[in-house]
Design a protein around this ligand. Sequence first.
Ligand SMILES: CC(C)(COP(=O)(O)OP(=O)(O)OC[C@H]1O[C@@H](n2cnc3c(N)ncnc32)[C@H](O)[C@@H]1OP(=O)(O)O)[C@@H](O)C(=O)NCCC(=O)NCCS
Length: 180
Amino acid sequence: MALMLRPATTADVPHLQRWDREPHVIAATTDDPEADVAFEDAVWAEEVSCDDPASAYFIAELDGRPIGAMQVIDPALERTHYWGEDCPPNLRAMDIWIGEADCLGKGHGTVMMTIAINRAFAQPAVEAILIDPLNSSTDAHRFYQRLGFRPIGRRLFDDDDDCLVHRLDRADWRFGEADA
Ligand SMILES: CC(C)(COP(=O)(O)OP(=O)(O)OC[C@H]1O[C@@H](n2cnc3c(N)ncnc32)[C@H](O)[C@@H]1OP(=O)(O)O)[C@@H](O)C(=O)NCCC(=O)NCCS
């Protein structure tokens, strides 16, 4: 099966909106048991067409079927300053979610991350990659740590998201062979 990671377009908005309602995606974005939507502030048509050069959304396609998404940002420059006003340069921060439940746990996330990390470190200035899974998402921690990410500390984002930030330094990455 061939997996590709391509830029998201407005044609992907229906997929992104549907994936926001998937329980496994909601569980990855909030500890609130009452939540019924993930990324509740996201207006996807605006997100995917945003002209911020420091932020990009990608869609993973498996044999032409959209199965999930990633966001890759430069956290020092990204317009919302999600990672804080004092975030150092030469980093990337990533988000990943597989929306199609029948595609979980089959290695696709590992391929998506490998492609995105290879692309990020292909830029010589990039020193490390940050990820902010919820502290409660122990499955996701195992997934990231298997790729070489290391936990660097708890941090609250958006006032109430209790996250365990992970970091992958360039020296800890062995370029994978998943890129198409
Ligand atoms: C996390 C995620 C991208 C991993 O991709 P994947 O294709 O399912 O995972 P892979 O098959 O490549 O690797 C398997 C590992 O992923 C993790 N994983 C599997 N299903 C998962 C799920 N529903 N949620 C979180 N992590 C999961 C586990 O660590 C698993 O390892 P294990 O066999 O030791 O349990 C994917 O499961 C997902 O999108 N989950 C929901 C959203 C999410 O958790 N995003 C990350 C939030 S920071």
